[in-house]
Design a binder for this molecule. Sequence first.
Ligand code: GCB
Length: 591
Amino acid sequence: MLRPQDTATRERKRLDGLWRFALDPAGEGRDARWFAGSLANAREMAVPASFNDIVADPAVRDYFGDVWYQTVVRVPRGWDGRRIVLRFESATHRATVWAGDAEVVSHEGGYTPFEADITTHVRAGEPVRITVVVNNTLSFQSIPPGVIEDTPAGQRQRYWHDFFNYAGIHRSVWLYQTHPVHLTDVTVVTGLDGADGTVEYATEASATAQTHVVLRDANGRQVAEGDGASGTLTVPNVHRWAPGDGYLYDLEVRLAGDDGTVVDTYHQSVGVRTVKVSGNRFLINGEPFYFTGFGKHEDLSVIGKGHNDAFMVHDFELLRWIGANSFRTSHYPYSEDVLDYADRHGVVLIDETAAVGLNMGLGGGIFGGQGYTTFSPETINDSTRQVHAQAIRELIARDKNHPSVVLWSIANEPESETEGAEAYFRPLFELARELDPTRPVSFVNVMLAPYGKCRVSQFADVLMLNRYYGWYTHSGDLPAAELAWEQELQGWASENKPIIITEYGADTYPGLHAIGGQPWTEEYQVEYLDMNHRVFDRIDAVVGEQVWNFADFATTSGVMRVGGNKKGVFTRDRQPKAAAHALRRRWRKDA
Ligand code: GCB
């Protein structure tokens, strides 16, 4: 599915702004056909944004169930005879959409795009009512999972992941048009051959057409061209895409009818680079790469998980300031704008599905309800795995052409020490490899499945470990933490795979100080990170360190969370804690 573009043959219109919005606590709107007219009792709501924190009402913040969004858009006059498509970059966690009275699409999964051809439901120059019901309820068959529990005080939504269940329309909504004969997909795979680069391309179209491609460098100079729906282009003396050097070529794909008239033009940016795991090394362009950076979140005050360009640019500026060369899209696929930005700026990404919290043993019930078995016919089961498989398909389909993405993470901290886990994950790894043979595939291992116990890491090309020695264990005792951590890591290192420490961190209340050794102080966060770095620097197989977290973020309430998770190196409003300066000294050799 191609992202909408303005090209010589395509046009798009962004539908962001204020939409009508209504909660549907009784779940009556679908049967009562709320889509069939102007939404009654509606308030105004910003799109894109999470709805939760915008309204000053705890009942809205914690709401789960159906919510309705509606807008009226006028289809541009000039779009007569064109194929007209309505596209959502995301709706969390599922949605059904109507154009006028006609139901046009439903989608499961809160972080990947979906679209509907609405040509037959609209007329150029006329308005059309767009209604969307978004549902944010988590179940054992959703990714991420959750459960509704009946309590004496009423129903409650529980889940096992440590971030707030923000919901709504989080990214842009588009109306766009193409010729009825149009390109439907482009795939590029790049290679290096000495000083030259290769670009294998494969295109798909809605009907048979002639395909012509032109590859241009960043100055617009043509460097290669080809004919046919697929082929391989050679780029003499290629400018490689590399960490810190987001050099992009532009592949223009043109479709023409039998008479040679161009009916569709699409531009695919291409970063020429290779990725490979060799022994315990992670190679980008054949050279060992060491990841520095963070696990992040899409999380802001007021707008929650809504995309915001200003904050996106600011976050990338802070990454550059601190010397981070990478981050993980923990714990879900991020906005496509983030991926494009990372491509252009040479920031390396570990791209993760929303499969987080498939672990009912985690947190001793702190993050969720107690007393559930993770893998069982009643909980995480075959249907969940199908939803998870679809999440992997949609992630790879969306992000396969991004040079910034060097590694797929198919889950974060699932239960992985049991037979059920092994059986659940084996086919998912096979699927990811089949969908993309060009990138390594992994998952993030949890402390409950330490070296020697994990039954899923056998499938992973890279070992990604989240560890909190000195925080959740050996709290406040960094010398003991250092010994235990090094011992476990030595075990993993014997596997001869590259190891990325995808999480290590300590909650820190900004402004809290002590001479030393006191958890929650700014000093302790620095000492804790220093201890970890000593351990990493002694272990050859460690090829990356990503601190948890880039910034403080919202979570469910609990005695372990003070106004959210405070492991940020920056506060939620992006002010540096002492640890930010310490990391900058370690990561930025030039500063
Ligand atoms: C983890 C999770 C992350 C949590 C973090 C923490 O292992 O992957 O989502 O926020 O620990 O701070 O406890």
